[in-house]
Design a protein around this ligand. Structure first.
Ligand SMILES: [Zn+2]
Length: 241
């Protein structure tokens, strides 16, 4: 029976293991089974859970994190569906010409009115490590260029670190910090600061080896640290101090 037929009959969709490798079928079917279990658990806890969830979202947090499978926003922060609006890409880069990121940012700031935007990197980030190397990896090299630019900005500090793992992890921190500044330089954030004082941008790193989050202490709620050329007119006068 096909997936479509299964859906029509209201059964749990399953793919035919006879047509593909068994392991591949299992990893797919485990997702469907996991979903059924998750739904059952939620409904057991609260029969109205999905009725309430379907009414809309009011998250107070935008999470911009790495695509790495080990750093899911909800799990590492102990939050539930509906609490965190999420954007993820390789090495949590915030590029001011990335329409995907800008669209998420604009919606989060101007429609959802989130109060906290968190750029969340993680130690041992493969994207950051790749950016530190001289190897070619394909089209991703163009994306990693943004992290190489962060390296260039902080080369004096990074070149003094001889341990390769420590160097990657320090660049992870510096990359998060620069992406926080990149967000603050956008017209979206600066215009929001002209209207309200309850929007903060933060930089975090998740330590996968312990699970704990490190706050890098670079939180911003005004444009003062950006450098004069990045501040738009009238923002400084109204932004929170
Ligand atoms: Zn990563």
């Amino acid at each position: 029976m096909s997936i479509t037929e299964n859906k029509k009959n209201g059964n749990t969709p399953a793919i035919d293991a006879g047509n593909i490798k068994l392991a591949q079928a299992q990893s797919y079917n485990n997702l469907i089974k996991g979903n059924s279990n998750w739904v059952a658990e939620r409904v057991k806890e609260d029969p109205e859970y999905f009725t309430k969830l379907a009414q809309g979202q009011h998250p107070e947090v935008l999470w911009i994190g790495c695509s790495d499978s080990r750093v899911p926003a909800n799990e590492v922060t102990g939050t539930k569906p509906g609490e965190v609006f999420v954007h993820r890409n390789i090495a949590n880069v915030c590029v001011h010409s990335d329409m995907n990121m800008l669209s998420v940012l604009d919606y989060a700031v101007n429609v959802l009115k989130v109060k906290h935007i968190i750029v969340a990197g993680h130690y041992g980030c493969g994207g950051v490590a790749a950016a530190l190397s001289n190897k070619q990896f394909g089209i991703i090299d163009n994306w990693l260029r943004h992290i190489k630019d962060v390296y260039r900005l902080h080369a004096n500090e990074l070149d003094r670190i001889t341990d390769e793992k420590a160097k990657v992890n320090r660049l992870v921190e510096l990359n998060v910090t620069e992406q926080v500044y990149n967000l603050c330089k956008t017209s979206i954030i600066q215009n929001a600061w002209m209207d309200r004082t309850d929007l903060q941008v933060h930089g975090w790193v998740v330590d996968i080896s312990t699970g704990f989050i490190k706050d890098l202490g670079v939180s911003s709620s005004n444009p003062h640290n950006l450098g004069y050329v990045y501040e738009f007119d009238n923002v400084e006068a109204t932004a929170a101090h």
